[in-house]
Design a protein around this ligand. Structure first.
Ligand code: CDP
Ligand code: MG
Length: 735
């Protein structure tokens, strides 16, 4: 599509501009429902700007995803012919490209929540658009409750009332309207052409990737021109499918079909790859876009006539009872299936091939998707609500659009108490306020603050950055995979110098120390850093270069944030200069066999910092503690409502063993995952003396008091309820 074409198109929402403007003028809030691609995200803000709603304040538009906020802001700046960061800007975690003069500001829902902490009346905004509400992201759901209160308070306490608009691509307008005091609802008819739905004769949930590839190829061979959109569940599947499509096509006799261009689309795609799907292909080339769920409602690809719907999506589920997080491939909802099919009818009549049966659609597919708030850990969300310090705040009875489970809320309160973020009466502490100010999850923010006290901030930042990186090792999930050889030959680059054993040997040296995964990650980070972040060094240790560069970027951002918070926050703490520190350690870890060539003093100092790092991590990961069973190397988690038995994941680097072959009694872990059975991933030994005070604290919890927060009097007169659960497991006393 060229620039000239774009001006010709009048997006559907523009036709309702007058009505929307009038409704916003006359009401505090309004709901706008419109088919994906009708212009809600890019046009609504501009319509309001043109109607002078930005004269008393800025217009904010929230997005559930960072990439959404950035690309849309770019697009709107382009449409308005202004430089990004002036009239149109964006703000996302770690990055703010807006000024006080910015009129339209795209920001993630998480960033808007953070802004509420600085100014809980959000005075700088005249209009807030909660966009993509159908996604029901956790942060958007929290904003529903927070902004509903804010509408009232802005009326009472400010001379500039706030206008709130909720937009959604699905037909859930009534529900939003009821929640926001029966506000008006606009339905913007889309430009949707009829779409033929073709069901499969059998359900292809077990082999959905091959079924999708075969269907796409068949479409290409048999159907008239028009792009194909295939829905898969994740990056790995997408890459596999594209590989297969390309090899099948190249194996076909020439002239048997026209050219086919297979393109991936998922959130972790680098930006230059993302824009490729917005560019028109060469004349006569058919495109097949293989995408995650992002193409269902958040990204619109023009030219799609055929949709291949596998009927599945990858979704995170959290079980508060055990603290277990799982990422499962689950059936989509009927609402989702309708959305996916709709993607085929944007430019002309289309077809949707469902790789499941009509019987499944009608009988077994859930009608709607569970909102994230009902299937995720609520620790950050509850810390957030607590830090708003609202007068009548009882998180257990907060006005949620859809309330999360009571058990998940209680679990979050317990964790926050153990992290010292709230006191026994549920009131936020100074620690809690500092934690809320750091844009990382509560476990990490607590560990970072502890690290500051113990003099190992630099180490904890490095470990956090490495943990945040999905692919650290070139061969798989962990050092175990590299040592076993892994899928990609230990990450050997093609220009190898013949040291086939290289990566495994270097890594083996580190693994042999059995210091646990967290320390191993730290050592690997430092080894790579000290070798100038080079490609060769990454290879030497079996590291994935792209993953490591990602870790480097995260580390840089984290360091910036920690420095900033330190300036604003606790100025009293001893300042430790990262540069000096790094310089000191650069010498030490010059080579990894390192500690051998250290002087006794250096070795003692190395031991000290590693010890301090484990201590700081333990304090932060208080809800991720596990204790070995008395006589064998299985572990049971401690800190959740109910202990979960779990094994060390095969990707772990190994732990020290005593004479009986037993691993340490206490460990911290990064993830409790359920694949074939429950596993602990990324495990590090810790000491009983760090753990026992935390366990004692867990045993003293009274959840009802924690939920209330400010109203101390009531809690006192209401009497103390005995703690409902006792996280300390007496079963262990004997060991
Ligand atoms: O939010 P909604 O789905 O209603 O629509 P939108 O995101 O405002 O998109 C309106 C139109 O702009 C669609 O035709 C998109 O394909 C196009 N668009 C684009 O070409 N590039 C972008 N970065 C964003 C939107
Ligand atoms: Mg949109």
């Amino acid at each position: 599509m060229t620039k000239g074409d774009e001006k010709e198109i009048v997006l559907p929402i523009r036709r309702f501009a007058e009505d929307i403007i009038a409704a916003v003028r006359d009401n505090d809030s309004a709901v706008v429902i419109g088919e994906t691609g009708s212009g809600k995200t890019t046009q609504l803000s501009q319509i309001l700007l043109e109607a002078k709603f930005a004269e008393t304040g800025q217009i904010a538009v929230t997005q559930p995803r960072r990439v959404g906020a950035v690309t849309v802001a770019k697009r709107v700046a382009e449409e308005r012919g202004v430089e990004l960061g002036t009239e149109v800007g964006y703000a996302v975690r770690f990055e703010d490209r807006s000024t006080p003069d910015t009129k339209i500001k795209y920001l993630t829902d998480g960033t808007l929540l953070r802004e509420c902490l600085e100014d809980n009346l959000l005075q700088k905004y005249s209009v807030i658009i909660l966009d993509e509400a159908h996604e029901r992201s956790l942060n958007t759901d929290i904003l529903f409750g927070v902004l509903k209160r804010l509408l009232r308070r802005r009326k009472q306490q400010s001379d500039m009332p706030l206008k709130l608009i909720i937009t959604s691509a699905t037909l859930d307008g009534e529900k939003f309207s009821t929640y926001f005091n029966d506000c008006p609802v606009f339905n913007v008819p889309g430009r949707c052409f009829p779409v033929d739905i073709i069901y499969a004769m059998e359900d292809h949930f077990k082999d959905h990737v091959s079924a999708a590839v075969d269907t796409a190829l068949q479409i290409h061979l048999q159907q008239p021109p028009g792009d194909i959109l295939v829905f898969l569940t994740g990056q790995a599947e997408i890459e596999k499918a594209i590989q297969r499509i390309n090899s099948e096509i190249s194996g076909m006799p020439e002239d048997s079909c026209g050219p086919l261009l297979a393109l991936p689309l998922h959130a972790s795609l680098p930006p230059e790859m993302q824009v490729r799907v917005f560019r028109a292909p060469p004349e006569g080339t058919r495109r097949v876009i293989v995408s995650t769920n992002v193409a269902e409602t958040s990204v619109t690809v023009e030219g799609v006539v055929y949709v291949v719907d596998t009927g599945v999506v990858k979704q995170k589920h959290y079980q508060p009872a055990t603290g277990m997080d799982s990422l499962d491939v689950v059936p989509i909802s009927r609402v989702g299936a309708t959305q996916r099919a709709g993607r085929a009818g944007r430019t002309r009549p289309g077809k949707c091939f469902r790789l499941y049966t009509k019987a499944f659609y009608e009988g077994q597919m859930p009608i709607i998707t569970l909102p994230e708030i009902q299937r995720t850990s609520l620790v950050s969300a509850v810390l957030y609500l607590k830090s708003l310090e609202l007068e009548d705040m009882d998180v257990l009875s907060f006005d949620f659009l859809d309330a999360p489970g009571q058990d998940a809320l209680e679990e979050a309160l317990r964790q926050l108490y153990c992290l010292d973020a709230i006191d026994a009466d549920g009131v936020i502490t100074d620690m809690g306020r500092r934690m809320a100010g750091l844009p990382v999850d509560p476990a990490l923010s607590r560990a970072l603050i502890e690290a500051e006290k113990l003099g190992c901030v630099s180490e904890v930042i490095s470990i956090s950055a490495m943990l945040a990186t999905e692919h650290v090792f070139s061969a798989g999930q962990g050092p175990g995979d590299v040592l076993r050889g892994g899928a990609r030959n230990g990450g050997m680059p093609s220009s190898s110098t013949g040291r086939v054993e290289g990566p495994r040997e270097r890594l083996r040296e580190l693994v042999r120390r059995a210091e646990g995964d967290h320390v191993l990650l730290l050592r690997l980070w430092e080894a790579w850093r000290d070798r100038g972040y080079s490609r060769d060094a990454a290879y030497e240790f079996g590291l994935d270069l792209r993953g490591m560069n990602f870790a480097k970027e995260i580390r840089r951002q984290l360091e910036g944030v920690v420095k900033e918070v330190r300036l604003h926050g606790a100025g009293k703490r001893p300042r430790e200069d990262e540069d000096v520190l790094e310089g000191r350690w650069r010498k030490l870890s010059d080579d990894v066999d390192g500690t051998l060539s250290m002087s006794p003093r250096q070795r003692a100092e190395d031991a000290r910092r590693i010890e301090a790092t484990c201590h700081a991590l333990t304090v932060g990961f208080v809800n991720k503690l596990a204790r070995r069973l008395p006589r064998h190397n299985g572990y049971k988690t401690v800190g959740s409502t109910k202990g979960q038995l779990a094994q060390l994941h095969p990707s772990c680097s190994g732990l020290p063993e005593d004479d009986d072959g037993l691993t340490p009694e206490w460990v911290i872990y990064h993830e409790l995952v359920s694949t074939s059975k429950p596993f602990l991933r990324q495990v590090c030994p810790t000491r009983p003396e760090y753990v026992l005070p935390l366990v004692a604290k867990m045993a003293s919890i009274n959840v009802l008091r924690l939920s209330r927060g400010r109203i101390r009097e009531q809690v006192r007169s209401g009497g103390d309820h005995p703690s409902k659960t006792n996280a300390f497991d007496p079963e262990h006393k004997s060991s």
